[in-house]
Design a protein around this ligand. Sequence first.
Ligand code: GLN
Length: 302
Amino acid sequence: MNEGINNSGTVGFWRNWGTKRLSESATASPSLDSMLLLAFALETSKNNLFVHDSDVVPELKANTFKEFIERRLKGEPVAYITEQKAFWKHDFYVNHSVLIPKPDTEILVEKAVQILKQKKEKKELCIADVCTGSGCIAVSVYSELIHFLPAEEYDIQFFATDISDKALSVAKKNADSILGSGYKINFLKGDLLEPILRTGLQFDLIMSNPPYVPSKIVSELLQDGRNEPELALDGGEDGLKLIRQMIPQVWNALAKNGILLVETGEYNADETRNLLKKRGFVNILTYTDLGGQQRLTIAEKV
Ligand code: GLN
């Protein structure tokens, strides 16, 4: 089917060609995917493509683009091909060691920022992001709080943990490139809250997007070539294995009036609320994501 393709086609030609190729697959956004992959092959931004619509694409770059399209056709997510994903207000570096940041998780950042604004009367705050992965939650929340909790006035201790060394180095890379030098996030390796419990500190805010997908669904999800790390998704039979382990740890780590924000599946949000209630948490609320699914549960220890 590639016969007759003019390899010295223009940007516009290749953009449309990619869209057409991807429309033959299950891709939900063929036009956007084609643009992102073409921009990446041309080492430019998506918006720049239109300005250069009638420029001729050199053959080498056209070949690179065609390879990207083939990978996408096999199910590989655009973000793993381009090694980046926009989340909240920044572009995050990603590789196969971390989950791709999803728009579903932005509600967690939004609520964490709102809660921190309400805690402004406290001059010392301890904050943690558990199972940080790419660091998208920690880095996004940190990038916001420096504006309303200035370092001259506030003593902020900020931690981000993960069990995977490879994930932690991705998170650090993102903190370095997005926050620049001088940021204070302590990246700690360990299982769930273990590393922050070791600090002996009492936390005001604990955030987490832990693995919460039931094992059966994980294998279905990954069948389409999505190829995200199983370790970051698999939450055991009902998806709640790690959340169950985490709840007593969170209870011990939180200060009085400390708050937990945890992402779950729409299918296990109800049970998450039950588990939190049983442990003694109050003011338990679940928020829906942009797709209208129960995604974020917030609970308070009083
Ligand atoms: N809904 C998320 C995804 O599909 C699952 C993330 C998780 O298990 N924490 O990527």
